[in-house]
Structures are given as structure tokens and as C-alpha cells.
Design a protein around this ligand. Structure first.
Ligand SMILES: C[S@@+](CC[C@H](N)C(=O)[O-])C[C@H]1O[C@@H](n2cnc3c(N)ncnc32)[C@H](O)[C@@H]1O
Length: 199
């Protein structure tokens, strides 16, 4: 089970793939992690103890999504990616999804969660303009990995998944669907488009 662009959103037994400093330092000794915590961009969400526990009790791979899934052909049961696909350019996203298809076992499930373009546009149309603009132009200065490079609605993402070969593409509810641990990993229910497909 592979979580692409996991950040520190983790579940037991998963391989968490992320390009951040957190994933890079995850195997360092605890005293060093405690020191590095002060530079983590997750300080606002996690205490130092939580940060160290997440990094030491879960498996992380430091890896750029532009290089695909760091696992062999037909070896993965489930791929999950939440609020990460929009952080890479659309042609990179297509290549990544093509590679998730390669890595999944036949019949394997992919579950994607992205900020819903329709939700952002609705915010704009109903007057919440600043909130809508945040989806397109991040004010977060903590790093390039935190910026959005594209947005998807259901149709755009469904077409992309079908283009690379996935079948049974369907929209899912928050924490609902065929993928195990969606109840742990799914977050941001209001703004998120959840979608599952099968190889
Ligand atoms: C908005 S966070 C989402 C974290 C988590 N998946 C969640 O749903 O809470 C986006 C994550 O994707 C990672 N990321 C963004 N671009 C990436 C890239 N090109 N390669 C690897 N990781 C990337 C960031 O480091 C960050 O942890």
C-alpha cells in the first residue's frame, strides 16, 4: 500500500512517499528529529512528540513524484494520493498516473483526493473570492512543493485515469469506497473530490 505525497498523513502498514524534508530525515535518530522539528513546516499541526512518533513509527521514502512510483511492476495492492496531484504539472500528473498503473497489481485500486475545481469556482461565484484564489495562488512561502500547478474536477480526473488505462472510475464520498484505511487517510471533506479506479 503506497501513499504518494503523503506529507505526515499516515496509516499503519503503508509506504509513505514524499519529497519533503520530513521524509528525507525520517530515519535519523530521535534526538536529531527533535531538533529538526523546529524547521518542519508541520509545526502548526503536530507537537514535537507527535512529529517524532509519526516519522519513527511509519515507513517513509523520500522521492519526487516526477520520478514515478519507486516500486516494481505489478507489485502494489493499493495506491492512495491526497492533495498531491495538483502540486505537479498536468503532463507530470499523467506520467505519474501511467506509472501507478504499471506498479499496481492487476485489479489493484487507486484512490485520489484532490481539491475540487468546482468547489473553488463555487466559492468564487458566491463571493468568497479570497478563499477561492488560495486554491490557485498559494500564499504559503515555505516551499515550491506546497504550490498548486493544476486543478481537477471529476470529469478531468476521470478522463485522465481512463486515458492511462484505469477502469471502474467512480466518485466516492469522504471516507467511503473500496480502499482500506480511507477512514484514516481522507481529510478536508468539504473541498475535496475523492475518486477511485481499478487497474
Ligand atoms: C498538501 S500536502 C498533502 C499531504 C497529505 N497527503 C494530506 O492529504 O494531508 C502535499 C504533499 O505533497 C508533497 N509533494 C508535493 N509535490 C511533490 C513532488 N513533486 N514530489 C513529492 N512530493 C511532493 C509535499 O511535500 C506535501 O507533503
Amino acid at each position: 500500500m503506497v501513499n504518494l505525497g503523503s506529507g505526515l498523513t499516515v496509516a499503519p502498514g503503508w509506504i509513505h512517499v514524499d519529497g519533503s524534508l520530513n521524509a528525507l530525515v525520517s530515519r535519523l535518530p530521535k534526538p536529531l528529529l527533535k531538533i529538526l522539528y523546529q524547521w518542519s513546516d508541520n509545526r502548526q499541526w503536530f507537537s514535537r512528540e507527535q512529529y517524532v512518533r509519526i516519522l519513527t513509527e511509519h515507513r517513509f521514502v523520500h522521492h519526487r513524484l516526477q520520478y514515478g512510483v519507486p516500486l516494481g511492476d505489478d507489485t502494489v495492492d493499493v495506491i492512495y494520493s491526497s492533495h498531491a496531484l495538483e502540486h505537479i504539472f498536468p503532463e507530470e500528473a499523467q506520467a505519474l498516473l501511467q506509472d501507478t498503473y504499471r506498479a499496481l497489481k492487476p485489479g489493484g485500486v487507486i484512490r485520489l483526493a484532490v481539491p475540487d475545481l468546482e468547489y473553488a469556482l463555487r466559492l468564487y461565484q458566491t463571493g468568497a473570492k479570497e478563499q477561492a484564489l488560495e486554491f490557485f495562488f498559494s500564499r504559503n512561502r515555505s516551499g515550491y512543493l506546497n504550490h498548486h500547478h493544476y486543478m481537477y474536477d471529476f470529469e478531468l480526473l476521470k478522463n485522465l485515469l481512463e486515458k492511462v488505462g484505469f477502469v471502474e472510475v467512480q466518485r466516492c464520498g469522504f471516507r467511503q469506497g473500496a480502499m482500506r484505511d480511507a477512514n484514516i487517510l481522507d481529510n478536508r471533506p468539504d473541498e475535496t473530490l475523492f475518486i477511485e479506479a481499478r487497474k
